[in-house]
Design a protein around this ligand. Structure first.
Ligand code: ATP
Length: 326
């Protein structure tokens, strides 16, 4: 087992609300256990460049309620190269950092896994992404806040949608994962969710129109996951204009507002629990795992599983949306 006296922490990839709460929890749990904690700025970019600073308990005061990340986030092409990771390892040695906590999505955790294996560094991942697309955890940090932002926005769109006869396509984030679109549709009472998981085998929108869509309504809201597979909201709107010119269509792309804002209570709690668990994992001698939550219990998932396996959506939820939108 490694004797850990200093933990490095970084946030990487797209930021998500609740990352600050996780940083706070990691820093305070480490300090509580007599371990120093160093904040690495701008993700792997800062690890390569040596942008590192010691964190005290006070440095993480007053951040639990803030969106974004106090450590900043970035993408780093250089970290994908062996040379880049070698420079990152040099920073770790120079700064006396014995272990790494990485908060981010699947790309960030892939980087952590490769780096940890190459340099025999204990690394623990914390799933921080609004997409909720990591295998082995029921929830990722930021997902609940993003979902609430979506619902708030769709509620507003609904007010104007119901004043006219229109189809509103609302595009939400989630590259190749439909969780935000699917559960956002349930929570906002939308008529449908177009998601990438089934886009290849099913013409979801075609089915929707042929099964009596809008038969009893004068306006409809459809949530669309941004993805090449779904065609996105713009792609669908173009199709409607082409194939069903009788419908008046409107497009709203929610974009980056989904990443921002103060984290919900659920995200703060999740981040706080996961942050503490990440340090405990290192103290217990765990390595190359991601902290997850399953049935409200904290679990450790091998990084290789978390990034290698796909988290499946529950197809029954599509049926729920259909039934509840009659
Ligand atoms: P999100 O999807 O929520 O935006 P993410 O963590 O998946 O977050 P990415 O842009 O995929 O975001 O990855 C973030 C960074 O992780 C990359 O810029 C790169 O530095 C590092 N990374 C990703 N994949 C690898 C890899 N295979 N090898 C080394 N580093 C990687």
């Amino acid at each position: 087992m490694h004797n850990i006296s200093c933990i490095g922490i970084l946030t990487s990839g797209g930021d998500s609300p609740g990352m600050n709460a996780a940083i706070r929890a990691v820093a305070r749990t480490a300090i509580f256990n007599g371990i120093a904690v160093k904040g690495i700025m701008r993700g792997y970019k800062g690890l390569i460049a040596g942008e590192v600073r010691l964190l005290t308990t006070r440095d993480v005061s007053n951040i639990i309620q803030q969106g974004g990340t106090m450590l900043k986030s970035a993408r780093s092409e250089e970290f994908r190269t062996a040379e880049g990771r070698q420079r990152a390892a040099e920073t770790m040695r120079r700064e006396g950092i014995d272990a790494l906590v990485v908060i981010g999505g699947d790309g960030s955790l892939s980087g952590a896994r490769i780096f940890a294996a190459e340099y025999d560094i204990p690394a623990v991942g914390i799933p921080g992404t609004i997409d909720n697309d990591l295998y082995g955890t029921d929830m990722t940090i930021g997902y609940d806040t993003a979902l609430n932002t979506i619902v708030e926005a769709v509620d507003k769109i609904r007010d104007t949608a119901s004043s006219h006869e229109r189809i509103f396509f609302v595009e939400v984030m989630g590259r190749d994962a439909g969780f935000l679109a699917l559960y956002g549709a349930v929570a906002s009472g939308a008529e449908a969710a177009i998601i990438p998981e089934i886009a290849a085998e099913t013409d979801q929108f075609g089915e929707l129109l042929t099964t009596g869509f809008r038969s009893t309504k004068n306006s409809s809201i459809v949530l669309v996951a941004e993805s090449e597979l779904t065609g996105g909201a713009i792609g669908l709107a173009e199709r409607v204009r082409r194939e069903y010119p009788q419908y008046d269509v409107r497009v709203t792309i929610l974009g980056h507002i989904q990443r921002g804002g103060s984290p919900t209570a659920a995200d703060r709690i999740l981040a706080s629990r996961m942050g503490e668990a990440a340090v405990n994992a290192l103290l217990e001698g765990q390595r190359n795992v991601m902290v997850g939550i399953a049935d409200d219990r904290l679990v450790y998932v091998p990084l290789v599983k978390a990034i290698g396996k796909s988290k499946l959506i529950d197809h029954n939820v599509l049926e729920t949306i259909k039934i509840l939108s009659i």
